[in-house]
Design a protein around this ligand. Sequence first.
Ligand SMILES: Nc1ncnc2c1ncn2[C@@H]1O[C@H](COP(=O)(O)OP(=O)(O)O)[C@@H](O)[C@H]1O
Ligand SMILES: [Mg+2]
Length: 374
Amino acid sequence: MARAKSQKSGDATKAALATASAGAVAASRPVDAAPQPEDVRFDKALRPRSFDDYVGQTKHKENLRVFVEAARRRGEALDHLLLSGPPGLGKTTLAQILAFEMGVTLHMTTGPVVEHKGALAGLLTKLAPRDILFIDEIHRMPPAVEESLYLAMDEFRIDVMMGEAAFAQSVQIPVEPFTLVGATTRTGMLTAPLFSRFGHNVRLDFYPVEDLAKIVVRSAGLLQTEIDPAAAVEIATRARGTPRVANRLLRRVRDFAEVLGTGKADLAIVKRACERLDIDAAGFDEMDRRLLRIIIEDYDGGPVGVETIAAAMSEPRDTVEDVYEPYLLQQGYLGRTPRGRIATRRAYEHLGIEQVSKSDTSDKKSKESGKLFD
Ligand SMILES: Nc1ncnc2c1ncn2[C@@H]1O[C@H](COP(=O)(O)OP(=O)(O)O)[C@@H](O)[C@H]1O
Ligand SMILES: [Mg+2]
């Protein structure tokens, strides 16, 4: 019994450790921004390789182009760089592009995998001059490892232990000048000393529909799927501002187009596919609507703590905060208050629920009638 329990909580910890696990929790969720196993295969084909292929995020892209050009001219490594933002917006892609544009090798790892100082030393000593070390989920690096990273970032040196037991002593050895590119879904969880060591913080935001439509058209071309411009816009509208979701929806639409239609993705096929997958006009699926319903129906519109929401949804808190909430917050369906989350009028309208004004619990409604999503 106890064993089964610890096994379960072990699983929960594992789930909390990897963003990818969000995909495992709700494996069939097509609008999940976290990577799912099948994404890996397509990622290779669809991932932009250069700045020119990378759609949108113009301001960041232009700045990075300048940094790359300047570093190249000086023959130096790029400054350490932090990439932050919700999952699926192109952080890993940008790290790969930076290495490509710099003409150097990218070494990839994730925070929890670098378990001890020795593992970090192993990575750092393998780097060639100007190489990029990419640490995904850098906010999940063990504190002791993080501390030994400081010296490497500041002075390109590392502390290693030499000798055995009583004769062991710490010596510093040099490493090649390198660039640390860190990625995080939570800038707030980075310690101040680590955060301050990055020369630049690229904060990726959700993509506007026009950019996502461009990504869909580009991906359709790579997948050799014919697509109507209106269909691309419709997919983009339902992609929760996230390229990974747009690409995944496109792949599902392609399945429907091939099996139920002529193979061409048109507006009707997109709508039909989304209906079948239970994705509404705003790009929300059952889980998004459930989150909003919990706040509205069970907690009277909020405020309600994120811990409570997570428990009600049977999801790890991290998943709720990293995967579900950011888009709902950005789009104004959810509000954040010191006492917890609240559902906004937009959320009520989207679900077609009438919002009863709290200050006046009589029949007076703050809105005459809720509008159903189409
Ligand atoms: N700006 C972009 N232009 C085109 N495709 C993109 C862009 N950003 C992301 N993608 C696509 O979305 C997928 C997910 O991006 P990724 O870099 O893995 O996101 P993150 O690391 O932030 O979770 C990639 O495989 C890529 O195909
Ligand atoms: Mg990534």
